[in-house]
Write a new protein. Structure first.
Length: 114
């Protein structure tokens, strides 16, 4: 009976996990190329965040928040907490938020060498 109760609890919580990872708010069909300067690099779980200052279509400086995978996943592909520093120039490709917010999920990021 205890195992069945645990199963029911886990099954009841699954929709919350799926909603947290849903792609409803992002436009998975549009990938943009952006160049900018790292303003913040936050190496933490559940996701690594990078704030990049860039110039929008109107020529104004804006900050774009880019989300990546977890620190474990990033470590597995060669990243460390020292991979980026404030002031680094980067080219990145985020999947943008549908509502035009300055956020997105990072698909590619390349540090520019001076």
């Amino acid at each position: 009976m205890r195992q069945f109760s645990v199963f029911l609890l886990v099954a009841a919580l699954c929709p919350f996990a799926l909603a947290h990872h849903a792609e409803v708010g992002i436009d998975t069909n549009t990938l943009v190329e952006v160049e900018g300067t790292v303003r913040e690099f936050s190496w933490r779980n559940p996701h690594v965040y990078i704030v990049v200052e860039t110039v929008n279509e109107s020529g104004e400086r804006v900050e774009f928040t880019v989300q990546t995978s977890s620190t474990l996943t990033m470590t597995r592909v060669g990243w460390t907490s020292d991979s980026l520093s404030v002031g680094d120039r980067v080219n990145y490709s985020p999947i943008r938020h549908r509502m035009g917010a300055l956020t997105g999920y990072c698909v590619r990021l390349k540090k520019k060498v001076a």
